[in-house]
Design a binder for this molecule. Structure first.
Ligand SMILES: Nc1ncnc2c1ncn2[C@@H]1O[C@H](COP(=O)(O)OP(=O)(O)OP(=O)(O)O)[C@@H](O)[C@H]1O
Length: 585
């Protein structure tokens, strides 16, 4: 382990937002449920109140019906009890409607919060972390799973409140007639066992089902991204088969889920009427013996029906089990390690980079091992080496797109993890071989991440990147929407370069960012890069000898290690160095 100076933060520091899984005791998904209930507390309370009010009205109804029946049988005025029944029915319907609205609102709010939080965390975790789960699988988690997980708080509240109705009905049954209540209680343990078995079996298949969905989504995203390669290779059918390969799994777990639910529903459908019938039979005997009135029988039977409403739990429990499994999948995404940022700012400097015994591993293999390496600021450093020698890995560490597995990278003497997020991103600009056009319009993608960029700065950056001419020729110019911009690979690269040029940072990192440019355009962009700028350093991955020759120094990488550092002219004497450039050498 390297020693970090004071003020730095250990690598892999957790940056999960407050309330994230790491802060919760118990299982991470429990934390998500608590968080959802806490942030939707008002709506959850409304759901609870509406469910309770609807339950109270429903519970009061059988007694009112019983009173109305007894009044009619006794030849008394029944208007009062009948009006009471109507009011109770109306109240139950009103609260049920309010409950549905509040439940939908709570679900939508929780889903939005889960999506925002998970997305922010995945972006903070960086590209390597996202690769671990797979891009398609992540999309499935953020879209489908988040919506399912969002329904958990409302379902929990509905289940808790819903349990009160059968419980209340049981109490009311005891109060109406104790003997009938005993007849009902005999079957209860069997019902409890049934629900328990259902939750266990259904939870397992749900988890497998969601995982299979994620695998299909993962394959689909890969195929869409590689559509050109698939078309060129003529492997469309094979690709379609590969995407759908998890389908048998999906079908198997889906069928199992529905079988479990069907079986439990059938068992409940057999058991519950038996319970109701036993109550009715005992109540009938009690009426015959004169211990219970006809109205009492009606009330006892209605309460037995309400108490067996626990059978409706099967559907709600199923929804909850699926929501909890979906939460577990989001919790996995939230558990991806995200690099932390320290409190430090950069001192004045010119972009000096220092790698202190920096090691980067991929899948257990060391791909970069830099014994102390110092690259002076205010100058241009070219990084050269054969394909796979670790050039991009070095660029990734220099711009802190990832943290090294060992050692530390310093910019002007400050370890990169010690810098605040804003200080780091303001100091370092980067351009890549295949830039993504993030932003609505071309001007937005060029000015990405720059606050108040101003048209002049955007145009100036585009001119330096040799992008201004082709942007100007587009009918909508800088206002061209990114998705519909007709761009060649080289033009996209120039937009990426322009984006890097809009930031006046002290370190510019170009990872193969000129590879798609024709020689003449590349040479013009290099004029900008090699223009003397003492306040700024440039780290440039170079494939051409001509580019390396213009740099102040060259870092020559071979198999993840520095083979030599020197000027191009010095290194050129070595035939192995010349071989790096192939025909040019
Ligand atoms: N995501 C990844 N998973 C596993 N190994 C990786 C990954 N990315 C890169 N590597 C490995 O790391 C090593 C260095 O890769 P890197 O991209 O840094 O090389 P490079 O010199 O930039 O190559 P090129 O010139 O071809 O772009 C290679 O052996 C590569 O196979």
């Amino acid at each position: 382990m390297s020693q970090l100076p004071a003020g730095s933060v250990p690598l892999g520091t957790d940056t999960r937002p407050p309330g994230g899984p790491s802060r919760d005791s118990g299982r991470p998904r429990d934390g998500l449920l608590r968080d959802g209930l806490r942030h939707g507390a008002g709506l959850a309370a409304l759901v609870l109140l509406c469910t309770l009010a609807a339950a109270a009205a429903t519970l009061a109804l059988p007694a009112a019906l019983g009173r109305a029946l007894d009044a009619v049988l006794a030849g008394k005025h029944a208007t009062g009890p009948v009006v009471e029944c109507g009011l109770l029915l109306g109240a139950a319907a009103l609260f049920a409607a309010l409950d549905a609205l509040a439940t939908a609102a709570l679900g939508a709010r929780t889903t939005a919060r889960l999506r925002t939080r998970t997305l922010a965390h995945v972006l903070a975790a960086g590209p390597r972390a996202a690769e671990r789960l797979g891009h398609g699988d992540l999309v499935a988690r953020l879209v489908g799973n988040a919506a399912q997980a969002g329904s958990a708080p409302a379902t929990v509240v509905a289940l808790a409140a819903g349990a009160l109705l059968p419980a209340g009905a049981l109490v009311a049954l005891v109060l109406t007639d104790g003997a009938t209540a005993v007849a009902f209680a005999v079957g209860l343990p069997l019902l409890a066992l049934l629900l328990r078995l259902f939750v266990r079996a259904s939870g397992d298949s749900s988890q497998q089902y969601l995982a299979a969905q994620g695998r299909i989504a993962g394959h689909l995203v890969e195929a869409v991204r590689g559509a050109r390669t698939v078309a060129a290779a003529g492997t469309r059918d094979r690709e379609a088969a590969r995407i759908l390969a998890p389908l048998p799994d999906l079908r198997r777990h889906g069928l199992r889920m529905w079988r479990v639910q069907g079986r439990s529903t059938a068992q409940a459908a057999t058991l519950l009427p038996l319970l109701q019938l036993s109550v009715l039979a005992v109540a009938g005997l009690r009426v015959a013996s004169g211990d219970l009135s006809a109205g009492g029988l009606l009330a006892a039977w209605r309460y037995a029906v309400l108490a067996t409403g626990i059978g409706a739990f099967v559907g709600q429990l199923n929804a909850l089990v699926r929501a909890r499994r979906a939460q577990a999948r989001l919790a996995e995404a939230l558990a991806l390690p995200a690099p932390g940022h320290g409190p430090s700012q950069l001192p004045p400097g010119t972009g000096e980079l220092e790698f202190r015994n920096t090691v980067l591993r991929r899948e257990g293999r060391t791909v970069l091992n830099l014994s102390p390496l110092r690259l002076p600021g205010g100058s241009v450093t070219a990084v050269v080496g054969r394909s796979g020698s670790g050039k991009s890995s070095l660029a990734v560490l220099a711009g802190r797109l990832e943290d090294p597995d060992e050692g530390v990278v310093l910019l002007d003497g400050v370890p990169l993890p010690a810098l605040t997020h804003d200080a780091l991103r303001a100091a370092v600009s980067q351009a890549f071989a295949r830039p993504e056009l993030v932003g609505a319009r071309l001007r937005d993608t060029i000015a990405l991440g720059v606050r108040h960029p101003g048209e002049a700065r955007v145009v100036q950056a585009a001119r330096e990147a040799r992008a201004h001419e082709f942007i100007r020729r587009l009918p909508e110019g800088y206002a061209t929407p990114c998705p519909s911009a007709p761009l060649s690979g080289g033009e996209r690269q120039r937009l990426g370069l322009a984006r890097a040029f809009t930031r006046p940072g002290r370190l510019l990192i170009l990872d193969d960012a000129l590879s798609g440019l024709d020689s003449a355009t590349g040479a013009r962009v290099e004029e900008v890069l090699f223009r003397p700028s003492p306040g700024r350093a440039c780290l440039l991955i170079a494939h051409r000898a001509r580019t390396a020759a213009r740099a102040d120094r060259v870092v020559w990488l071979a198999e993840g290690r520095v083979r030599a550092v020197g000027t191009h002219a010095e290194l050129w004497r070595d035939p192995a160095y010349r071989e790096v450039f192939g025909d040019e050498g």
